[in-house]
Design a protein around this ligand. Sequence first.
Ligand code: SAM
Length: 271
Amino acid sequence: MDIANTTQDQAWNGAEGQHWADHADQINAAVTGHLLEAAGVGPRDRLLDIGCGTGRSTRAAARLATEGEAVGLDLSAPMLDRATRYAKEDGLTNVRFTRGDAQVHPFPAGRFDVAISQFGVMFFADPVAAFANIRQALRPGGRLAFVCPQPAERCEWYQAPSEAFGATGRMPDEGMFALADPDLTAGILTAAGYQHVDIQPLTTSLFFGRDVSEAVAFFTGSGPARALLESGAVTEADVVAGLGTVLRRYADETGVRIPGRHWLVRAERGA
Ligand SMILES: C[S@@+](CC[C@H](N)C(=O)[O-])C[C@H]1O[C@@H](n2cnc3c(N)ncnc32)[C@H](O)[C@@H]1O
């Protein structure tokens, strides 16, 4: 298997990959409908989902592409194990998952009508090469649609847990905000050969648990929090107490949801 993004590959296959696999399927659920609508997924579409994680958006796309197919690609084996299991549990027969690095994966040329991604395209070491590789997987006239975060200061789901870490400052962002500047993103897509780039704001809340203790456990076990704990700058008790205080603000009887401002990006492959 060709892997160019080796650091990401290690991160998403180690403890972080397992942690996300255990929690990820619900987090971005509010984004999926907006993404699929922007992608205009139809019954006959062959769809590629980049950085599909546990496959919530891939499964939702497969339900729309009843006579087509949905293929999820991700670096993370733990995420893909979950994705495969959930799709089987849902009885979906037109969905499959592949492990690979979107930047260099040997996609069949012109295979897909549409490529989507829900927070899965910000982590490329060479974004122009990655988006060009995805473009060649699209048929002429094929579409690209993805959702990525706006700058960290507009994402309360990032600021709130950072605040809980107090004087130690923000959580490390690990590439999460690499496409936060829409001009930069438009330039990357244009350099990769796309046309008709359109970038719109999208405000949605992300879901972090059915109650405060579940949300606290999620953030305490995430890579950024673990890195801070390992650095010795904070104690686990401080982190748990700080997170509890902050996350209670976002809790109601249906769970803990924290808003954020994102970009909904669309582009076309062209001829
Ligand atoms: C923030 S998660 C989002 C997962 C999923 N789309 C969701 O909405 O829950 C980012 C995902 O992108 C994947 N990823 C990061 N870099 C990648 C690459 N170069 N090729 C394929 N997948 C990648 C990670 O393994 C991870 O599953």
